[in-house]
Every structure is written in C-alpha cells, then in structure tokens.
Design a binder for this molecule. Structure first.
Ligand SMILES: Nc1nc2c(c(=O)[nH]1)N[C@H]1C(S)=C(S)[C@@H](COP(=O)(O)OP(=O)(O)OC[C@H]3O[C@@H](n4cnc5c(=O)[nH]c(N)nc54)[C@H](O)[C@@H]3O)O[C@H]1N2
Ligand SMILES: Nc1nc2c(c(=O)[nH]1)N[C@H]1C(S)=C(S)[C@@H](COP(=O)(O)OP(=O)(O)OC[C@H]3O[C@@H](n4cnc5c(=O)[nH]c(N)nc54)[C@H](O)[C@@H]3O)O[C@H]1N2
Ligand code: SF4
Ligand SMILES: [Mo]
Length: 711
C-alpha cells in the first residue's frame, strides 16, 4: 500500500483560499485536510471542502465528452470521443469566426480561482480567435471601483493582524458563512476585548454572534456611512493631522455630509436615529480618543444594489477621517486581491488579438440574458463557450438567460465537472478535471499568501484540465504560436511577476514544494499615506469620477427598485439572496450530504409580513415580481427584518421543487460604478401559493406556477 500527502490549494470562490493537504492511498484521494502550518488556514476547513472527496468521486462526475441528442435544456446526451468533440467544435467555431469572430463569446467566472485553469490558455485562445470579450464583473466590481476611486488600489488591512482590532464593523458580510477563517480572527479579537458590530438587513449567523446588530434596509449603506461622517465632523472626532496630510477634498466631503443629518439617515436606512449616533460615536471615540485599532470589513453585500460603488466609497472614507490606518489592524478591507503582482498580460496575451491594440466588443456577463436574445447584441452571439461558471443558475433574470441558452441557432460548448443547469443546454459537454487532478497557482482575495496546487490523483475518466482543452482547441483551429504549447507548470510559473519586491522571494519550484508563501508587504499599508490615486492621497473628492460623469463625492444613490418608488406599491418587499452556508455559489448543491444540511429552498420572512399575507410557517408561498415567480417554503423568522425577505442561495434550479431559483426574480440592471449586477436590489411580493392568482404584472406566469406548487 502506498500513502502520500500532496500539497494543494482550495480552488473555490472564497476569500480564505485554504492550503490543503491531500492524503492519497493507492492513487485514490482519501482525505482532504487544512494545512496546520499555514497561518490563514490553521488546519481547519469548512464543511464543504472537508468533504471534498465526496464531490471529486461523485457518481455524477462527467467523465467523457458528450453530444446533445435532446432539445436544448432537456439534458439528454450521447457519449462521443475527444476527437469527434474537437472536430465538431473546430468546424463550428471556424465557420462562425469566418463571418465575425465577435459572434463567439467565452463565459467564465470563478468555479476555480486558479490562474492556470482560469484565464490563461483560455484567454490566449479567445484572444487569438478575436472573440468578444466578457466583462467579468458579476461579483465585486462595484466595490472595487469605489475603493479604487478613493484609495487608488484595493489595499486594506492584512487579516493576519485582524485579531488586534478593538472595534470591528462587519459591514454587509457574513464571515461565518463566507469567510470562516476571518471569523476565527474576529472571535480571537472578541476574546481580547474587541467590540463587534454587524450591519446587515438580516440577522445572519454572524450578526447574531456580534455585540450589536444594525438591521438597515438593503441599499442604504451609503446613507449610514455619510450620517457617521456627519456626526464625526460635528463632534470633531477626527484625526486632523492624518486628514491634512493624507486626504483630498475634506471641505467638499464636509459639505456633502451636512446633507445627511441623523434624522434623514434614519429614515433612509429604516433604523433609529439613536443607532446612527451611537455607531458614529463608538467608532470616532475609540479611534480618536482611545487611539485603538478600529476596522471595517467591507462585505460584498454592501455593493449589490444600484448605489453599490458609492456605498463602498462612503465606507472607505471613514478610516481616513479618524486615522485608523495608523494601526496595522485598523482601516478597512474589501478585498486583498490588489496586493498580488499578477502578470496578466503574460498569461492572457491580449497582444494576440487580431488588430491589437484595438479591442473586440465587450459583453457584460450580468447582461447575458438580454445579450443572448436574437437582437440582443450586434453582431448576434452565435457561439458560447462556458467554463468555470454556471450562468443559467447564477446570472440575474434567469428566465431570460434560459430563453437565450435555449436558442436552437446558438452553438454552446460547456466545460464542467457536473451536468449543471447550464450544462443541460450544451451542444457539446466536455469533462473537466477537478483541483485534485491538475496543477494550479492561486492568490487570495482575503489573505496575502500565494499558494501552489499539485495534482494528487490522475484525471478521472477522460476528464482533461481546462488548459489542455483550450490547447487542443487552439491546435484544432490551426493556431501555431509557441504560447499554445506552454505546459501547465509553465503557465503557473508565469502567473505572478516574480521580479516584484512583494514576490521576489518566491518562485514556482519552491512554491510547489512548500505549498504557500506570504507576500512581502508593509504591515500597515496607509499608515503614512501612500495612496495610489492621482493625488497620492485618499480622495474624498475624485476628479477622475467627475471626469467620467460620476458624482465626485460619495452620496446616497436610491435602489433601482426603491421602497419609495411606485413599483413598491405592487411589490413592497425587498428581496436579498445571499450565500447559503453549505453551498458555494451554485457549487456543492449537488453534493447530497451538503444539500441535506441546507434542507430545501426557502424564503425567510418576518412574522408580521407573513401575518399580513396570511402565510404560516412551513407553507408553500409564491414569490413574484414583474420578471418572474417561484414557489418556496416560507420560513417565518425575525432574522429577516420587516419589509425584507431573504432567499439563501444559489440553488441549482433543477434540484428545486419548481425548477427555479432566486435569480428568476433578480434584474439585469447594473450598479452606479463598475458595471456590476444588482442582485440585492429587487422588489417582490409574497402570497400563500394556494390562493387564486392575483392581478400581478405577470399573470400567466403566476397561474402556471400554481399548477406546479407543492401540496
Ligand atoms: N459558504 C459560502 N461562502 C461563500 C460563498 C457562498 O456562496 N457560500 N460565496 C463566495 C463569494 S462568490 C462571495 S462574493 C463572498 C460574499 O461574501 P460576503 O462579503 O459575506 O457577502 P454576501 O454574502 O453577498 O452578503 C453578506 C451579507 O450582506 C447582507 N446584505 C445584503 N444586502 C445588504 C445591504 O444592502 N447592506 C448591508 N449592509 N448588508 C447587506 C446579507 O444579508 C449577508 O448576510 O462569499 C464567498 N464565500
Ligand atoms: N441570486 C444571487 N445570484 C448570485 C449571487 C448572489 O449572492 N445571489 N452571487 C453572485 C456572485 S458573488 C458570484 S461570484 C457568481 C458566481 O457564479 P459562478 O462563478 O458561475 O459560480 P458557481 O455557481 O459556483 O459555478 C462555477 C462552476 O464551475 C465549475 N468548475 C469548477 N472548477 C472547474 C474547473 O476546473 N473547470 C471547469 N470547466 N469547471 C469548473 C463548477 O462545477 C461550477 O458548476 O454568482 C452570482 N450570482
Ligand atoms: S471554501 Fe473557503 S473555507 Fe472552505 S476550504 Fe475553501 S477556502 Fe477554505
Ligand atoms: Mo462572488
């Protein structure tokens, strides 16, 4: 018997990017554990990945190339050989590219966060082809744009020091679910006397364990932050030296903040004035009078509404006003991605684009529903190649997305581990390897370590790494550039700029052996200024934003679907659909043991909202709006604030009772900055599903749903 341990990295879209130790016995992975020596992982994994072998050896893993035999979406396929699959793909893509390669669109996101199996060989392939570019902004782009305008780049505090903070605002994030290892640091800080406050419309698992929970309305965070700024200025709770030396536009910000007195803020946020006042005073006094580290973890929940960019900008101003950056555990953190010196141009080779530097047209991934309609894009999209993503489940306005994917004239290739909702629409479905079967290299968006992933086992069945599939496609299309011969290890070695001072002590060979290495960084990124904005300061006023037609100052932007709008008369409840703890976006939904913990698709609603609608706990309800409708189990709970309903997500549509998920209701409208989606900016109505259909905006859909309701 041979047993060995392989160093690997968790590939999932989670800020923690854990270092893994995979135990392999006679060629089979039998255990996946956290590396105890890795300071960010500390030997602990979440429930999902602790059971990784269940996902890897799942009986429904795709093991062979498949060709569709049923209707689109029906999910009926026949096995074909790799040669046949490549021949079909090659001839279709060649024919379409001959007319206009922009009629071909890649669609990918973060099924794996690795650079080798993500945007390396795939990007080279689509660039060389001249395919449309995909605007990959479905997750953090609004917040990233807000941070960039304010700080110049996405730096923040290093989570390795987070347990030294004395006040932690968990603002629109739920780390027990979405960043377990950061939560460990918060608990440590709490043990050492820190005060922890959650700001979230929902009493999440995290919010209930904080000292205080402020349950504001979705999309009102900018108002709360501006109200805090108003009070900090009024009460002179400012670090005047820091403001004078390292910020730009204080007077303009003061004038703007004057527009946000606590009474107005309380009304916009649906909370008490006292809560606004107390929050600002706690923050300001601890930072300025007690001079202890105060930290804001800016979660992604803040930026999923119309004003998401400005909201993150408003939050980002707070630490500079009170000089919180002077401490290594103080300041704010949205994402640590920008710490890493990536070599994107080398990996992705945009110079291969025919006509470079002129770029092909760009399609926004959150607008894929509209873009796939016959006249939704000019030129029309005729071929889609999907990898590392499940758009039929995760993209907004899902009925439009599914209708687009169902177009008989659309040629769709999907690279997957499983037959997802998206895979059901593929013309050709290709089996991809998992993280245990291929090489990769990773950064993290929560910590500051680079990680290597070594393959632990041989590919299952005929599965191939994404990189190899795109290498083969490149060959099929006759691309002869040497970069299409790069091996996976050569790609890994190119992913980072190892000449940069942050990564100079690393290289692929040692990373592969040791598993991980920390970036070389200053401990407190903005202790002495050093912002990378045009002025070199923290820009409360951004001339760049003004020049691009945006508000140069942080401000409140009402939701597209606001409680004050006429739409709210028909659809009075604000719906949010944040991550379910045991899923990772739509990944893991098909792992039976994890789905069993999540139970069944449900909508959480406040008992008073339920009573107004005659809804009882456990009853099936219909949730609907102008875009669609779905049936779910009602879960009555005061965790959901009145006026807000919560659908833990993202369920596979086909594993839900009525074949739909929350994205049936979400819209394709984008944010103020960053062209990001607005998943949590969505008005709905709820009623018991066994009532007669009401005159809503979507009566046909409503009655169709009644026929499929559970009894
Ligand atoms: N287990 C698990 N972990 C995950 C994921 C997963 O699906 N499952 N997804 C991963 C991904 S892709 C991401 S982007 C991150 C996201 O992780 P987080 O940064 O935690 O963000 P969200 O989960 O979107 O939302 C967090 C909280 O914001 C609240 N919220 C919703 N709207 C608002 C609002 O307008 N204002 C405020 N203040 N709060 C609001 C929600 O109720 C939720 O509790 O998590 C990653 N980690
Ligand atoms: N309603 C609602 N919708 C949301 C969100 C929300 O909070 N609410 N969150 C949004 C956010 S933040 C995000 S980031 C997106 C996430 O959207 P996606 O990035 O599409 O994430 P997943 O749903 O996990 O789908 C990833 C797929 O990639 C596959 N995969 C994994 N590794 C590999 C590989 O190596 N090769 C190949 N070929 N495939 C692989 C997995 O099997 C999985 O099916 O969803 C967004 N959608
Ligand atoms: S999903 Fe997150 S917490 Fe779980 S193992 Fe991966 S990186 Fe760690
Ligand atoms: Mo995300």
């Amino acid at each position: 018997m041979s047993t060995r341990t392989v160093r690997a990295a968790c590939p999932h879209d989670c800020p923690d990017t854990c270092a893994l130790l995979v135990t392999v016995e006679n060629g089979r992975a039998i255990r996946v554990a956290g590396d105890p020596a890795h300071p960010a992982t500390r030997g602990v994994l979440c429930t999902k990945v602790a059971r990784y072998t269940e996902r890897t050896y799942h009986p429904e893993r795709l093991l062979y190339p498949l060709q569709r035999i049923g209707r689109k979406g029906e999910g009926r396929f026949r096995r074909i050989s790799w040669d046949e699959a490549l021949e079909i793909i090659g001839s279709r893509l060649k024919e379409i590219a001959g007319r206009d390669p922009q009629r071909i669109l890649p669609y990918s996101y973060a099924g794996t966060m690795g650079y080798v199996q993500g945007e390396s060989m795939a990007a080279r392939f689509f660039h060389r082809l001249g395919a449309s570019l995909l605007e990959r902004t479905i997750c953090a782009a609004a917040g990233t744009a807000g941070i960039k305008a304010t700080y110049g780049g996405g730096l923040g505090f290093d989570v390795d020091f987070a347990d030294e903070a004395k006040l932690i605002l968990l603002w629109g994030c739920n780390p027990i679910t979405s960043s377990l290892h950061y939560w460990t640091r918060v608990q440590e800080a709490k043990r050492r006397g820190a005060r922890v406050i959650a700001i979230d419309p929902y009493r999440s698992l995290t919010a209930e364990k904080c000292h205080q929970h402020i349950a504001l309305l979705p999309g009102s965070d900018s108002a709360l932050a501006l109200g805090m700024i108003h009070i900090l200025i009024r009460e002179r709770l400012l670090d005047h030296d820091y403001v004078a030396a390292h910020t730009l536009g204080f007077d303009a910000l003061r004038a703007r903040a004057l527009e946000y007195p606590p009474e107005r803020v309380a009304q916009l946020c649906g909370i008490d004035q006292q809560q606004v006042l107390e929050l600002a005073l706690t923050y300001g006094r601890m930072a300025v009078q007690d001079r202890v580290p105060v930290a804001i973890r800016i979660g992604y929940g803040v930026q999923r509404g119309h004003g998401g960019g400005q909201a993150v900008r408003a939050l980002a101003c707070l630490p500079s006003l009170v000089g919180a950056w002077r401490h290594r555990a103080g300041g704010a953190l949205h994402s640590s991605s920008a710490f890493f010196p990536l070599n994107s141009a080398g990996l992705q080779r945009p110079d291969l684009i025919p006509g470079w530097p002129k770029m092909p047209r760009t399609v926004n991934m959150s607008g894929i529903g509209d873009a796939l309609q016959p006249s939704g894009a000019d030129p029309a999209i005729e071929a889609l190649v999907v990898y590392n993503a499940n758009p039929v489940a995760v993209a907004p306005d899902s009925a439009r997305v599914a209708a687009g994917f169902a177009r008989e004239d659309l040629f769709t290739v999907v690279l997957e581990h499983f037959q997802t909702d998206t895979a059901d629409y593929a013309d050709i479905l290709l089996p991809a390897t998992t993280q245990l079967e291929h090489f990769d290299i990773h950064k993290s968006y929560g910590h500051t370590y680079v990680l290597a992933n070594n393959p632990a086992i041989a590919p299952l069945g005929e599965a191939k790494p994404n990189s190899e599939i795109f290498r083969l496609m490149a060959r099929q299309l006759g691309f002869v550039e040497a970069c299409f011969d790069d091996s996976d290890e050569m790609l890994a070695a190119q992913a980072f700029n190892f000449a940069d001072e942050r990564t100079r002590h690393m290289n692929w060979e040692t990373l592969k052996q040791n598993g991980w290495a920390k970036l070389n960084l200053p401990e407190a990124p903005f202790a002495r200024g050093g912002f990378t904005t045009p002025s070199g300061k923290c820009e409360f006023y951004s001339a760049q934003l003004a020049a691009s037609g945006h508000d140069p100052l942080p401000g409140y932007v009402a939701p597209h679907e606001s409680a004050q709008s006429p739409l709210a008369r028909t659809f009075p409840l604000a719906m949010i659909s944040p991550p379910a703890r045991h899923f990772l976006n739509s990944s893991f939904v098909n792992v039976d043991s994890l789905r069993a913990i999540e139970g069944e698709p449900a909508v959480h609603l406040h008992p008073l909202d339920a009573a107004e609608r005659g809804v009882a706990d456990g009853q099936t309800v219909q949730v609907w709006n102008q875009r669609g409708s779905l049936n779910l189990k009602a879960h009555l709970t005061e965790r959901a604030r009145k006026g807000v309903v919560v659908i833990p997500s993202i369920w596979w549509k086909k594993l839900s009772a009525d074949g739909k998920n929350a994205n049936e209701l979400t819209s394709q409208a984008l944010t103020d900055l960053g062209n990001a989606p607005t998943f949590y900016d969505c008005l709905v109505q709820v009623r018991a599903a066994d009532l007669k259909p009401q005159a809503g905006k979507n009566p046909e859909r409503a009655s169709a749903d009644l026929s499929t309701k559970e009894t």
